[in-house]
Design a protein around this ligand. Structure first.
Ligand SMILES: [Cu+2]
Length: 148
């Protein structure tokens, strides 16, 4: 039995400039974000997302954080469609690779944003509730996946 292929982590250093551009763009948005309120009671609310796990309750994302996350995802979707068009248009390989690196950078930034919420929100809440060990182990396990 084989496991599903993981996305190859092949950094394209030649595309650093483009990545920096995207990172700066993302950083502006990050600065506008309001950190999740770690004291927010877990649960659901119309129009407000939250992360939840069966073993510990999730902490709600603020409406602003939700909007910010969805904006990032929509932008990444657009970038990926752009890569498809570049391939269809038989564009120069290095230009396509530069866009691939930009998408990887944008996905990393999205992952960090989600992790930030999870650590400040869900994990802090779990620690306060006496379930910190499990929440920390779970967070460590997912963080390791980013290191591959
Ligand atoms: Cu969480």
């Amino acid at each position: 039995m084989t496991s599903a292929p993981e996305s190859p982590a092949a950094p394209v250093t030649a595309a650093a400039e483009m990545v920096d551009e995207v990172a700066a763009d993302v950083a502006n948005e990050v600065a506008a974000d309001v950190a999740c309120d770690a004291g927010t009671a877990p649960g659901t609310q119309d129009g407000v997302g939250y992360c939840a796990h069966p073993s510990h309750p999730g902490v709600q994302r603020s409406a602003q954080a939700l909007r910010s996350l969805l904006t990032r995802v929509n932008r990444i979707e657009g970038q990926i469609r752009g890569i498809g068009r570049m391939i269809e248009d038989d564009r120069y390989c290095v230009d396509i690779l530069t866009q691939v690196a930009a998408v990887q950078s944008a996905l990393d930034a999205l992952g960090l944003k989600l992790l930030e919420h999870h650590l400040h929100g869900c994990v802090a809440h779990a620690i306060a509730s006496g379930d910190g060990t499990h929440a920390i182990d779970e967070a460590l396990a997912v963080i390791r996946k980013f290191g591959r």
